[in-house]
Design a protein around this ligand. Structure first.
Ligand code: AMP
Length: 440
């Protein structure tokens, strides 16, 4: 395999040909340098080719995009279509970046087919998008908001859609797109094939799936929420005010070259980027308030090593295709534990050594517990010499214990102490999150 060889692409020995793909697609796959289908591809491709609705559990990095794009293109290629090329396949994604990436894949995999495709998302002018759609496209990749805008304007019709893909459906729900998705459903013919991909399976996702999919086949790339196991994870307990200094020290002294850092807010991302630049560490922020041009530029700079550090919010980083990432740092922990899994999935995907590090102040200890509960695994918690936290009093927990010194495992906590994750507080957190995310 020439492109890259994450571990989940290696262990299987099936060929793409045996999955039933046609020569034009096999040629495109070969051009990409893939020789072995990933598990999700191996499972999903034959089912999709059979016309089944599929509910797939797959994260970014598993090869899921090819998993739905290749069979989708083959099905479209095999059906006759009117000359004016109505939209016959719609792929919905939560973010602009993911939409752009999926579109790139559609073009690459469809290179040897007579297939037209385009992508629409917000943040850029609609005029060129409208003009392209007018010329006729078979496959449209879109974010929900812009898609509905264009439909409202009469710039496109979804009445001929035969295949619908919801990519990263969990994230779409987190971003508050449920209503938009329902509206979009109502604009399509009810007889169609539906494919839903999601990294996590909450009750909400299951509900959405049961409303959309018909007798779906469940396909799993990895056991639910398990990416974390493949990544070396560490927590440094540190006071809030010391996080930037510790981070700068780690990056400089470790001579880290490609670091993805997560902050919880856009403002936090900007502030941290500024501080890193002041310390002569090249960095760029990527979040929803940045123009599309600035986001694309930052990502390109990061990929070609001009920029050492990319500081991102969860939404902006979602679906980014950044291979071989050695360091992922949680400058702040997310308040939804599933987001932690998504974040650190960016370092496991390379198959090479990867480390996910979280800088955790006392106020965030509750989040650590939520994450440990989700992963069913304790996180290695240490303090860094010279950055020992002074504040060890957890809010609402007057007698909290001091953290252990570097290389010492914390004592096992009583299970009950981490059990304040009742569904009420979880729902509240999701709600808070949703309202802050809509603008990302
Ligand atoms: P995805 O999970 O769709 O974001 O894909 C992750 C990365 O894996 C992308 O950069 C793909 O180009 C690459 N990829 C997809 N399928 C394969 C494969 N069968 N072998 C090697 N790389 C692949």
């Amino acid at each position: 395999m020439t492109k890259r060889s994450p571990s989940h692409f290696k262990i299987h020995f099936m060929s793409f040909k045996s999955l039933g793909l046609n020569n034009a697609l096999l040629k495109a796959v070969e051009k990409q340098g893939y020789d072995t289908p990933s598990p999700i591809q191996e499972k999903a491709i034959p089912l999709i080719l059979e016309g089944k609705d599929v509910l797939a559990s797959a994260q970014t990095g598993t090869g899921k995009t090819a998993g739905f794009t290749l069979p989708m293109l083959q099905l479209l290629d095999g059906t006759r279509h009117p000359k004016f090329r109505p939209i016959r396949a719609l792929v919905l994604t939560p973010t602009r970046e993911l939409a752009a990436q999926v579109y790139d894949n559609v073009r690459e995999y469809g290179a040897f087919l007579n297939m037209k495709s385009t992508v629409v998302f917000g943040g850029v002018k609609a005029k060129a998008q409208i003009a392209t759609i007018r010329q006729g496209v078979d496959v449209l990749v879109a974010t929900p908001g812009r898609l509905l805008d264009l439909e409202n304007q009469g710039a496109l019709s979804l009445k001929r859609v035969e295949i619908l893909v919801l990519d990263e459906a969990d994230r779409m729900l987190d971003m508050g797109f449920l209503r938009d998705i329902k509206k979009i459903m109502s604009l399509m013919p009810s007889k169609r094939q539906n494919l839903l991909f999601s990294a996590t399976f909450s009750r909400e996702i299951k509900e959405l799936a049961s409303g959309i999919l018909r007798n779906p086949v469940l396909v799993e790339a990895t056991p639910e929420n398990s990416t974390a196991e493949k990544v070396s994870q560490k927590v440094y307990r540190v006071d809030k005010g010391q996080k930037t200094a510790l981070l700068t020290k780690l990056i400089s002294e470790g001579n880290w070259k490609q670091v993805l850092i997560f902050t919880r807010t856009k403002h936090g991302a900007n502030k941290l980027t500024k501080k890193l630049l002041e310390s002569k560490i090249s960095a760029a922020a990527i979040h929803g308030n940045k123009s599309q041009g600035a986001r694309t530029k930052a990502l390109a700079g990061f990929k070609n090593n001009d920029i050492r550090v990319l500081v991102a919010t969860d939404i902006a980083a979602r679906g980014l295709d950044i291979p071989l990432l050695p360091h992922v740092i949680n400058y702040e922990l997310p308040n939804v534990p599933e987001d932690y899994v998504h974040r650190i999935g960016r370092t496991g995907r390379a198959g090479a050594e990867g480390e996910a590090l979280s800088l955790v102040c006392i106020e965030e200890m509750e989040y650590v517990r939520q994450i440990e509960k989700l992963l069913k695994q304790k996180l290695d918690t240490q303090v860094f010499e010279g950055f020992e936290p002074k504040n060890n009093d957890e809010p609402g927990k007057p007698n909290s214990k001091k953290p252990q010194r570097k290389n010492h495992q914390p004592k096992k906590r009583k299970e009950n102490s981490s059990n304040s994750n009742n569904s009420q507080s979880r729902n509240r957190r999701r709600k808070d999150n949703r309202s802050s995310r809509r603008s990302n």
